[in-house]
Design a protein around this ligand. Structure first.
Ligand code: ADP
Ligand code: MG
Length: 755
């Protein structure tokens, strides 16, 4: 059934070619029990390896059942080994961390045996070699003789027609050796068994044929007995072993078994993978963090460009009603509504007017009633145009707090630098911000140092003034039209109780538009903002000049106010104290501000995420920055990949023996590669799960760590999925790379190197 025709095997290396054996002619049949003897170095092992398909040959032809094998590819050879060859080695080659049962089972799994038939078959064979009592014992705990029995059981399990054994008794005492030989003899009835030995006497009583090797050649080939087959004179049909491949479920099972069966190795790998996962997490979140940073900047219309601000208006520019606010408040992620939205874009400045110019503190506007802390000094504001200043403790502004007591702050529009209310606000107390307020301030890309908190009366003054600022006017007097912008000082409109309702006092230059005496004439004043346009009709009640100013308006600052239109406070309020046309929603979590805006729109409003209109400080460099950032991330991932790879390689060194062993048992490279992938993939999943657990603990507040909390805050569910995919890929690539390195060599070479 197996025939070698002038087969030679050469080894080449270091420029020298040495001969394993040369021009060997041999033919073997089923039923034979062949002993190959010869001095050391005569080529016995080499011959056996060629026969078992572990090594290739260079010359001649080997036939199996009449089929030539010289053209076999690696895959063909693997198939050949699976179908025909069971191997037994001097050094046993068991998987030491597996039990007796698992060692035998392994071969069957690898040949694709059906799961249901495996247990019975394994037990039957273990019984055949007399090891039933040791089924659950780890291979490492067995004696030499027992180990070799396991190896025989393993060779038997596959039902191959050929069993080769290279010095199977070399490591055994004579009693165990005799038992092993007897066992092999029993098996030889329907198989071809080839045993290499240099202790021929030991096998002499059993073998049917003796082949002596000398210097790479067959020196003697002697048939000693008739085989059982020859005695029966019957042709037996040769059955080959099953040669299916490892099923997916068996591979998963083996992979998971390998993951855990050496606890120390598992723990080491786990540590390495946890390191990998956390490093990738950290890299990725800092990547996201840098992305957040580049959106800082300014905006021509809004000075409060925080990401948690969503501007809300009503379609058609309508006024907000209380029901509207109720509706918006119910939407989740809405932290609060700033109804008088314009206030957000105002700032308050306290400057050292003296030569020294020591301090310059810029704050946001806030409501005194909202301040929950204790004042350090002074009192809460009682009268209008009084305020308290609050700032973070230990910050820049804090050192000037006691200095700015009793000083005056100017409320102004940050973008234009124009004062909003004419009167400065006096600071009557100061305090430090609560932790929560401080956090809000820190999280915004802030250049502001605290809050100027005023009472309701001051707030409504400021609000009115701010509303006025965003209006323009047009007046029509005796068919002449003039345009004004009250807030910008072009025909400012001021309230005075000296003016009766429905009347307007104009200065002489405005009065001149009438070309005759303006008093008594109708003046149409159209007040217009982004959201409304109202026309008011006034009767010109007086035209004032420098000399009559004090008579009409009870003041004498003509030069300062010339051009101003004076109306009754009630009319003024009617004109500017409109409802809210534009409000801002402040969201709790700015990362989902977009979704929240979507929800507000579905509730029937128009929205604008103020930070979208921000012009980045680094505009133009954005693309370069983004690219650099990405390159950096990829580079870091590569570095991490290789660090992990080299450590993994060190840890998995012990795996080399395992893989070369199972390859000799018929596992293909693909099998080994899948096993390795499964193993690393399993460890990686545990590591990933572990990291996620830590993040969950951080998010739920069980673990308190600032760095981790910050890290976690940059990652959303989508990011975790991306991270999982990145890490999955990394672990699979790692396994693939390792497998490629490991299996470059032929099974035998890999094995020889390791043992
Ligand atoms: P035996 O098993 O009879 O002791 P081997 O088959 O191991 O002998 O070796 C036969 C010859 O082949 C020896 O000369 C040995 O040096 C050579 N040889 C065996 N393996 C290799 C190898 N991997 N590389 C180079 N030469 C080898
Ligand atoms: Mg040898």
């Amino acid at each position: 059934m197996l025939r070698l025709e002038r087969v030679s095997k050469f080894y080449s290396g270091n420029g020298l070619v040495s001969t394993g054996f040369s021009k060997v002619d041999l033919e073997f049949d089923i039923g034979e029990f062949v002993a190959i003897t010869g001095e050391s170095g005569s080529g016995k092992s080499t011959l056996l390896n060629v026969i078992s398909g572990l090594d290739s040959y260079e010359e001649g032809e080997m036939y199996i059942m009449g089929q030539p094998t010289s053209g076999y590819s690696k895959e063909d050879l693997e198939d050949y080994r699976k179908k025909y060859i069971g191997s037994i080695f001097q050094t046993f080659n068991l998987i030491n961390s597996y039990t007796v049962y698992q060692n035998v089972e392994l071969v069957l799994l690898m040949s694709g045996y059906d799961k249901s038939e495996i247990p019975d078959r394994v037990r039957e064979i273990i019984e055949q070699v007399g090891l039933s009592d040791y089924e659950k014992t780890k291979a490492s705990k067995l004696s030499g003789g027992q180990k070799q029995r396991v190896a025989i059981a393993r060779a038997l399990a596959k039902e191959t027609p050929i069993i080769v054994a290279d010095e199977p008794t070399g490591n055994l005492d004579s009693k165990s050796a005799a038992e092993i030989i007897r066992l092999l003899h029993q098996l030889s009835k329907d198989k071809l068994i080839i045993v290499v030995t240099h202790n021929y006497d030991q096998v002499e009583p059993y073998v049917t044929r003796k082949i002596a090797m000398h210097d790479g050649r067959v020196a003697e080939d002697k048939r000693l007995r008739v085989t059982a087959m020859q005695a029966d004179q019957k042709e037996t049909e040769i059955k080959t072993a099953k040669a299916d491949s490892l099923s997916f479920s068996s591979m998963a099972r083996l992979g998971v078994r390998n993951t855990f069966n050496i606890p120390a190795k598992f723990l080491l790998l786990l540590v390495v993978f946890i390191f990998l996962c956390s490093a990738v997490f950290a890299q990725y979140s800092s990547f996201m963090y840098m992305g957040e940073m580049t959106t800082g900047g300014f905006n021509n219309y809004f000075s409060d460009t925080e990401k948690n601000r969503i501007l809300v208006t009503k379609p058609g520019g309508k006024e907000f009603t209380d029901e509207d606010y109720e509706k918006i408040k119910k939407i989740d992620n809405v932290d609060k509504i700033v109804e008088y939205d314009l206030l957000l874009d105002l700032v308050a400045n306290v400057t050292d007017d003296s030569e020294k110019g020591e301090y310059y503190v810029t704050t946001k506007l806030g409501e005194a009633a909202d301040y929950a802390g204790q004042l350090e000094e002074g009192r809460m504001p009682k009268n209008s145009n009084e305020a308290i200043m609050i700032c973070p403790k230990d910050d820049y502004a804090a050192q000037y707090m006691d200095v700015i007591m009793d000083k005056k702050a100017e409320v102004m529009d940050q973008n234009s630098g124009n004062a909003i209310i004419k009167d400065k606000v006096k600071i009557v107390g100061y305090g430090y911000m609560t932790e929560k307020q401080q956090k809000v301030l820190e999280e915004s890309d802030i250049y502001l140092e605290g809050y100027l908190c005023v009472n309701d009366a001051t707030m409504s003054n400021i609000r009115l003034a701010a509303l006025e600022r965003y209006c323009t006017q047009e007046i029509e007097l005796a068919d002449h039209i003039a345009e004004g912008n009250s807030a910008a000082g072009v025909m400012p409109i001021r309230a005075s109780s000296e003016v009766p309702k429905g009347e307007i006092y104009v200065s002489e230059d405005v009065g001149a538009m009438a070309e005759s005496d303006a008093v008594g004439k109708e003046l149409k004043l159209t007040n217009q903002s982004l959201y409304f346009e109202d026309t008011f009709k006034f009767k010109v009640g007086a035209v004032y000049n420098k000399s009559n100013l004090s008579y009409y308006l009870d003041r004498d600052d003509f030069d300062a106010i010339s051009g101003t239109l004076f109306i009754n406070p009630e009319d003024y309020s009617r004109m500017f104290n409109k409802g809210n046309f534009q409000s801002s929603v402040i969201v709790s979590d700015y990362k989902t501000a977009k979704e929240t805006a979507g929800k507000i729109e579905r509730a029937g409003f128009d929205t604008f995420n103020v930070s979208d209109g921000v012009i980045s400080y680094s505009q133009g460099f954005d693309i370069i920055q983004e690219t650099l950032r990405t390159i950096m991330l990829v580079a870091m991932l590569l570095v991490l990949f290789f660090i992990t790879y080299f450590i993994t390689k060190l840890i998995l060194k012990s795996r080399n023996v395992y893989f070369s062993t199972i390859r000799m048992l018929g596992a293909t490279k693909a099998n080994c590669s899948s096993l390795l992938k499964t193993e690393l993939f399993a460890v990686f999943n545990i590591a990933f799960f572990f990291c996620m657990l830590i993040i969950m603990l951080v998010k739920t507040g069980v673990v308190q760590n600032d760095t981790l909390i910050q890290m976690a805050s940059f990652l959303t569910a989508g990011d975790y999925i991306i991270l999982y995919v990145i890490l999955c890929l990394m672990s699979i690539l790692l396994a693939a790379r390792y497998a490629r390195q490991l299996f470059k060599k032929t099974a035998m070479n890999a094995y020889k190197e390791e043992v």
